[in-house]
Write a protein that binds this ligand. Structure first.
Ligand SMILES: O=P(O)(O)OC[C@H]1O[C@@H](O)[C@H](O)[C@@H](O)[C@@H]1O
Length: 297
C-alpha cells in the first residue's frame, strides 16, 4: 500500500520504488522525513518533538500567517514567532492523485490551535498538497480568504531544513546579486559574493529571487539539492551555528548545525493581502539537477 495513515502521521511510499518515501505529521502538516532511494534528504533534530507539544525542529515546518515575530500589526503581533500553522493539527483530506502520488491536508480556524486563533480571529482555508515523485518532492499551498468582508493579510514560508554533509564544505548558488536583509545585522545590502558560503551564524532574507533561478546546494562542487519555487519571491537562508544551537533545547546533537542548512522559500518581505473570497497559491519543489550557474543581472 502506498499510503499508510496512523493517528499521528501519513507515510507515502512511491508506488514503483519502495526506497522512496515521505512521512508527514498531522501536527503542523509537517513533512519530517523524505527518503530518496533510501537516503534521507531532510535534517531532523534528534530532540525534535513529534508528539504535538511543540513545532518540529527539522523537516519542513509551515510558516503562516506571520514570519518571525511581528511587532506592528494589531492581530499578527499577538501570535508567537512563525504563526499558527506549524502548531495546529491539520486534517488529512486523503489522496488526490495516483501517479505521481499526491495527498492533501487542510486547516481552517475551526480545527486550528484555539489558543492561537483566539489571538488572530481571521477566516481562512489552507490546503497543503504533498506530491511524491520518483525523483522529487513537491509541497504546494493554497490559501483562501473565506471571509465575506475582511481582507486576509499574511506571510507564507516553507521552513525547509535540508540535510547536508558538512556546512563548511557547502555553498548555495544562484542567489548572488540579490538584495538581502540580514536579520542579525539588521541591514539590507546586495550580496556580491558569487556563491553563499558558511563560517558563522547566518540569518538572511534574499528578496525578489526570480522563479527562473533554481537554488542549488553544492557540496564540494557536487549538486546535492535543487530547490524550485512558484510564487515565493523571498528566500531565507538560516544556519544557527554554535551559540544559537546551544540555546535551542530541541536542537540536538549540538553539532547538528554542521549537517543542516535551512533554505526557506516564502513571501515574507511584505504581506500578501487577499480580498474576501480570493485564493493565493505557491509551491516549492525539491529535486536533483546538474549544476547550473545562472547569470547575475
Ligand atoms: O526557532 P524557530 O522559531 O523555529 O525559528 C528558527 C529560525 O527560523 C528562521 O526562519 C528565522 O530566519 C530565524 O530568525 C529563526 O531563528
Amino acid at each position: 500500500m502506498s499510503i499508510k495513515e496512523t493517528d499521528r502521521e501519513i507515510i507515502l511510499t512511491h508506488p514503483t520504488d519502495e526506497t522512496t518515501s515521505v512521512r508527514i505529521l498531522k501536527y503542523g502538516a509537517t513533512v519530517y522525513s523524505w527518503k530518496l532511494k533510501s537516503e534521507e534528504q531532510l535534517w531532523l533534530s534528534t530532540a525534535a518533538k513529534l508528539d504535538g507539544s511543540k513545532p518540529v525542529r527539522g523537516g519542513i515546518p509551515l510558516v503562516f500567517p506571520v514570519f518571525g515575530k511581528n511587532t506592528t500589526d494589531e492581530y499578527l503581533s499577538k501570535l508567537p514567532q512563525h504563526g499558527l500553522a506549524r502548531n495546529s493539527t491539520w486534517e488529512f483530506l486523503g489522496q488526490t492523485k495516483e501517479n505521481p502520488l499526491a495527498i492533501q491536508f487542510g486547516l481552517k480556524p475551526e480545527i486550528a490551535n484555539p489558543e492561537l486563533t483566539k489571538l488572530w480571529p481571521m477566516s481562512f482555508l489552507l490546503i497543503l498538497t504533498v506530491e511524491l515523485g520518483a525523483d522529487y518532492l513537491k509541497t504546494a499551498i493554497e490559501v483562501e480568504n473565506t471571509s465575506s468582508s475582511k481582507v486576509l493579510k499574511f506571510n507564507w514560508l516553507f521552513h525547509t531544513y535540508l540535510r547536508i554533509e558538512d556546512i563548511e564544505g557547502t555553498m548555495v548558488s544562484n542567489l548572488a546579486g540579490m538584495k538581502l536583509y540580514d536579520q542579525l545585522l539588521k541591514e539590507s545590502y546586495v550580496d556580491k559574493h558569487p556563491v553563499v558560503t558558511f563560517n558563522q551564524e547566518t540569518d538572511v532574507i534574499y528578496q525578489n529571487v526570480s522563479p527562473e533561478r533554481a537554488i542549488q546546494i553544492v557540496d564540494k562542487g557536487v549538486q546535492i539539492h535543487t530547490l524550485k519555487r512558484f510564487n515565493l519571491p523571498d528566500t531565507v537562508v538560516w544556519n544557527p551555528w554554535v551559540d544559537k544551537s546551544q540555546g535551542m533545547a530541541d536542537f540536538e546533537p549540538k553539532t547538528g548545525y554542521q549537517q543542516m542548512i535551512c533554505i526557506e522559500p516564502g513571501h515574507v518581505h511584505d504581506f500578501i493581502t487577499l480580498a474576501p473570497g480570493k485564493k493565493w497559491d505557491a509551491y516549492q519543489l525539491l529535486c536533483k539537477e546538474d549544476l547550473k550557474y545562472q547569470a547575475i543581472q
